[in-house]
Design a protein around this ligand. Structure first.
Ligand SMILES: Nc1ncnc2c1ncn2[C@@H]1O[C@H](COP(=O)(O)OP(=O)(O)OP(=O)(O)O)[C@@H](O)[C@H]1O
Ligand SMILES: [Mg+2]
Length: 320
């Protein structure tokens, strides 16, 4: 059978829960043997997307194919080629770690003996040998994540979905999880990973798609995204609301965000030294007095601010 270049293809995917439009036309393509990171804040639609791609959830419009199989028309074929782990994965709380693995192996139609052998291999690899005989409900968050991933790897699928595999892990477990994911990549697995962390996407992914409010707001390699948003941010705090209005008037379009409660305005700066000086000069000239100011290096929040800043601005301008 001829295989497509893109293992995962999503076109104009739309999904609503009642009147809540959760996905507003998502497009994704993942090439064979690469990792795409779906990066977005809480509620962006990451889990919804992953659940749809893994046939667990229906959708309203668009088209999704995995290895050329349509998830709607050919869900069984899709299930055969995917592994799923993360927020929605199926670890049975009452079974032990070992039992969970063996059971999943049996589901994948391994013989009893090879399911057992594979289970021992994975317990070893994921550092769960000691805990293997305890029910999964007694596991710590980190152990659970590892079991979750181990379960999804019982039959080493060619395509794997990882839904926030490291959220809530301590730094050491996080790096251990990254190592495991890198091993998967070396084995040629095609991966779609969701994350809220820019550094995680940066470390692991070949390409990144940023989603917010069910829409793709940016995409590219980590380097491309950083060059777009990797600017410093200057936060100016004024004495009161009047001061804020005056400052916004002086700075005009440079202001990408304001906080009325804190009387603060945020602007993106390209050249820290020059731009800060310019801003100060402009404010002094207009007799606007600052309460404080601070320069922030980019964080993921700033990525979103910078990417969605335009929308916010357009709104402010409409309101005027
Ligand atoms: N079963 C459901 N019924 C109604 N609304 C839902 C349901 N599941 C998710 N939503 C809504 O869909 C939106 C997207 O949720 P989703 O779980 O996909 O976000 P996410 O990007 O995975 O967020 P997080 O980082 O918190 O996991 C949210 O507004 C959420 O409240
Ligand atoms: Mg989620």
């Amino acid at each position: 059978m001829a295989k497509t270049d893109y293992v995962i293809e999503v076109k104009n995917l739309k999904k609503a829960y009642g009147s809540n439009q959760v996905l507003e036309g998502i497009n994704l393509k993942v090439e064979r043997g690469t990792m795409l990171a779906l990066l977005g804040p809480n509620g962006a639609g990451k889990t919804t997307t992953v659940r749809i791609l893994s046939t667990l959830l229906g959708f309203d419009e668009g088209m999704v194919t995995i290895e050329g199989h349509d998830v709607k028309k050919d869900a069984d074929a899709v299930r055969k080629v995917i592994g799923l782990t993360g927020q929605s994965a199926a670890v049975d709380e009452l079974l032990t770690g070992r039992e969970n693995l063996v059971m999943m192996g049996r589901l994948y139609r391994l013989t009893k003996r090879s399911a057992q052998a594979r289970a021992e291999e994975l317990l070893e690899q994921f550092d769960l040998v000691k805990a293997a005989g305890r029910p999964a409900r007694t596991y710590s968050g980190g152990m659970r994540r590892r079991l979750d991933l181990a379960v999804s790897l019982i039959a080493v699928p060619p395509v794997i979905f990882l839904d926030e595999p490291t959220t809530g892990l301590d730094p050491r477990s996080r790096i251990a999880m990254w190592d495991i994911i890198k091993q998967l990549m070396e084995a040629g697995t095609t991966i779609l990973l969701t994350t809220q962390y820019l550094d995680e996407a940066d470390q692991l992914a070949d390409r990144i798609v940023v989603i917010d409010g069910g829409k793709v707001i940016a995409e590219g390699t980590a380097a491309e995204l950083k060059s777009k948003v990797g600017k410093d941010r200057l936060e100016l705090t004024l004495k009161d609301g009047k001061g804020l209005i005056a400052a916004v008037k002086v700075l005009g379009k440079q202001v990408v965000d304001t906080d009325d409660k804190e009387h603060s305005a945020t602007i993106i700066i390209n050249d820290t030294n020059k731009d800060v000086q310019k801003v100060l000069e402009a404010l002094t000239k207009a007799k606007v007095t600052l309460a404080s100011m601070a320069v922030h290096k980019p964080t993921l929040d700033d990525v979103f601010l910078s990417l969605t800043g335009k929308q916010k601005k357009a709104q402010t301008e409409e309101e005027k």
